[in-house]
Design a protein around this ligand. Structure first.
Ligand code: IPE
Ligand code: IPE
Ligand code: MG
Length: 249
């Protein structure tokens, strides 16, 4: 089993996942797309539990993008209903695994019940210490960067900061992801080879891992494979291989 091969001293602290392929999974079975979304919940549970058991500190799951609002109304509504139900039902699993919930994205676009359910789960799980599960909901990296830019511009205009104060750290601290380290590993399921407006700034140096497994079929074993692949890579950050200390190899 691949779990034993994972070096626990070199785990990514933060894994980000684009959960993709629910629609195709359902289509393959001759079912409606929403059936795929419903069956994706098990994968969310597996991966959250798998990460927490290993000792990964943060897991960001891309659940709904800004662009997903352009899907047919019926699918959007079904997804929002599923979200409310899932957050409610899964809070006990989060408690059992010591997982704290957080969310990033444009809350103003989300239905009221969804925000309520989310806030409740965030409050209930706030003292959990094993791992933080961050749901990217109505999120896109460009949305976040635009908001951060507005915020920085306002502060500069008010004289709170000087133009010279604008640096990478300030931008990092202004994005909605500011509480978390940048993801070292990004996984996308379903064989699509793109980023789809996810964590553009934060993934500047992430290792990218793509698998053709469709999200509803994704299990802990797949997660372990991705982590093992990540551990086989040399992260050079612009340096040459010779410059790296042995522990980075
Ligand atoms: C991912 O699965 C879930 C969301 C984007 C909400 P998709 O719904 O994109 O599934 P495919 O890509 O059409 O198969
Ligand atoms: C990306 O998946 C968004 C989420 C997984 C929530 P999509 O299926 O919407 O991405 P594109 O549009 O095919 O790139
Ligand atoms: Mg898709």
């Amino acid at each position: 089993m691949s779990k034993e091969k994972i070096d626990l001293d070199r785990l990514p602290q933060h894994i980000a996942i684009i959960m993709d392929g629910n629609g195709r999974w359902a289509k393959e079975k001759g079912r409606f797309r929403i059936f795929g979304h419903q069956n994706g919940v098990k994968a969310v549970r597996e991966v959250s539990e798998g990460c927490a058991e290993l000792g990964v500190k943060c897991l960001t799951l891309y659940a709904f993008s800004t662009e997903n609002w352009n899907r047919p109304r019926i699918e959007v509504n079904a997804l929002m209903t599923l979200l409310v139900k899932t957050i409610r039902n899964e809070t006990k699993t989060l408690m059992k695994n010591g997982i704290k919930l957080d969310a990033i994205g444009d809350r103003s676009m989300l239905p009221k019940e969804c925000v309520q359910e989310l806030d409740e789960a965030i409050e209930i799980t706030k003292n959990n210490k094993n791992m933080t599960l961050i749901l990217a909901l109505s999120y896109s990296a460009k949305w976040d960067i635009v908001n951060a830019t507005k915020n920085i511009a306002k502060r500069a205009k008010n004289g709170e900061i000087a133009i010279e104060d604008i640096n990478e750290e300030l931008i990092d601290n202004t994005l909605t992801t500011h509480n978390y380290p940048h993801p070292e590993l990004m996984i996308r399921t379903s064989g699509e080879l793109r980023i789809s407006n996810f964590l553009l700034w934060e993934m500047a140096y992430s290792e990218l891992y793509f698998t053709t497994v469709l999200w509803p079929d994704y299990r802990k074993e797949h997660l372990y494979e991705a982590i093992l692949d990540y551990q086989s890579r040399e992260r050079r950050f612009g340096k040459t291989s010779d410059q790296l200390s042995p522990e980075n190899k």
